[in-house]
Design a protein around this ligand. Structure first.
Ligand code: NAI
Ligand code: MG
Length: 380
């Protein structure tokens, strides 16, 4: 029986609530599919910071590096000024562990309400690959004459061939296991230096993947194509900042923050990958049991696929989607069940084979597991 070492970072607000529900599902997946996990709890986040002044530390890095994966809730509290946790912890983890790819499936599951009228699940099934360690998020820049009328702020965007190439190569390989179409999203007409590096990298690598059709869309145009003609897209690759923005739009299209999932993938096996719902700590609803845990549960499924438990990952996705399709509202008091009840309901479906229909269309779970088999996902 395989055993996977996972670190659990529950964090703040609804983070611990959605993680608790995810762990109930993980327990059930372990019994149903015959694997086990060794779980290491890690204290981190806003509350921890306020108590200890600790953010990302070398000791923590050492403890986490030995793990096979990290399951992450959310961090944030109104008492901690913006930027401290993001730059001091989350970005540090992504950079230190070279989690080069931020993977964001944008799939409208059957029965989920989307604000885009007339949109059907068949038309919305894509994956956005966001570069996760470079671009405008490297934290480089300076201000001179700060606080005066002559203040000058410079914020740099760093793009390396190596950094761009690894996410573009990953995107081509992912496209090969899907509809064989790759779209670069950038702003090459204005950000000409970075744009050239991205476009050249895509063009160069395309010779290795002649079976993948190429497309290009400017990021501003993406903001109307994405909601109005999502069927145009299969795999979209983009830089850190553009990816941050368009993945939130993707979350809206697929039914909201409660259902959107993500993976932060280390591609060379040198450090663990991290899996998290894309929402934050939602202090406005924390403690009420109103948080939808599906985004976190689908992120847990991606973690399972990444750990080589592809069958379990597909079953968790199918069970979560089945329960999701029956919710009267995607989040809040209107869900009709609490966060933990939803977790238990999904967990209960896992033990019974054939109890839920398979998810129609493509599944990122199978694709991730398949890429891992081919050695493309940092076997650890
Ligand atoms: P948020 O995602 O926490 O909440 C935005 C809105 O969506 C809120 O009204 C919230 O109630 C609702 N919402 C979010 N997730 C939900 C769920 N699972 N079920 C039902 N409703 C849900 O974003 P916000 O309010 O901008 O940030 C709150 C805190 O979270 C801040 O401190 C922020 O810095 C932090 N944050 C942390 C992230 C992380 O840990 N990766 C990501 C985004 C924000
Ligand atoms: Mg964001």
């Amino acid at each position: 029986m395989s055993t996977h070492k996972i670190a659990i970072i529950r964090g703040d607000g609804i983070g611990p609530e959605v993680i608790e529900a995810s762990l109930a599902v993980l327990d059930a997946a372990e019994s149903a599919f015959g694997f086990s996990t060794e779980r290491m709890e890690v204290e981190a986040g806003a509350k921890h910071y306020l108590r200890t002044s600790e953010l990302w530390t070398p000791e923590l890095e050492l403890r986490l590096r030995g793990q096979d994966a990290i399951l992450f809730g959310a961090m944030g509290d109104p008492a901690v000024p913006p930027g401290i946790l993001e730059r001091g912890f989350i970005l540090e983890m992504r950079r230190t562990f070279q989690q080069a790819v931020n993977l964001r499936p944008v799939k409208l599951y059957p029965g989920v309400k989307t604000p885009i009228s007339g949109l059907t699940p068949e038309r919305c099934d894509m994956v956005i690959v966001r570069e996760n360690t470079e671009g405008a998020y490297v934290g480089r820049g300076s201000t001179v004459h700060a606080g005066t009328p002559y203040a000058v702020a410079v914020q740099e965007s760093v793009n390396t061939r190596v950094g761009v190439e690894r996410v573009v190569d990953f995107s081509f390989r992912l496209a090969q296991s899907r509809r064989r179409k790759l779209t670069l999203c950038h702003k090459t007409n204005i950000l000409v230096e970075a744009g050239r590096l991205w476009q050249e990298t895509v063009n160069d690598l395309s010779t290795r993947y002649p079976d993948v059709e190429l497309d290009y869309v400017h990021v501003d145009a993406m903001c109307f194509h994405l909601p109005l003609s999502p069927e145009r897209f299969d795999v979209v690759v983009t830089d850190n900042l553009f990816g941050d923005i368009i993945t939130d739009l993707g979350a809206v299209i697929q039914g909201g923050l409660g259902v959107a999932s993500s993976a932060n993938l280390n591609l060379d096996g040198s450090a663990p990958s991290m899996f998290e719902a894309i929402h934050g700590s939602a202090p406005d609803i924390a403690g009420r049991g109103w948080a939808n845990p599906i985004g976190s549960i689908l992120s847990t499924a991606m973690m399972l696929a990444h750990l080589g438990e592809g069958e379990a990952a597909l079953a968790v996705e199918a069970a979560a989607v089945h329960v999701l399709s029956q919710l009267p509202a995607p989040s809040g008091a209107g869900m009709g069940r609490s966060t933990s009840e939803l977790g238990l309901e999904i967990a209960a479906l896992l033990g019974v084979s054939g109890s839920v229909p398979p998810v129609p269309g493509r599944s990122i779970m199978g694709e991730l597991a398949g890429m891992r088999e081919l050695g493309g996902l940092g076997l650890r």
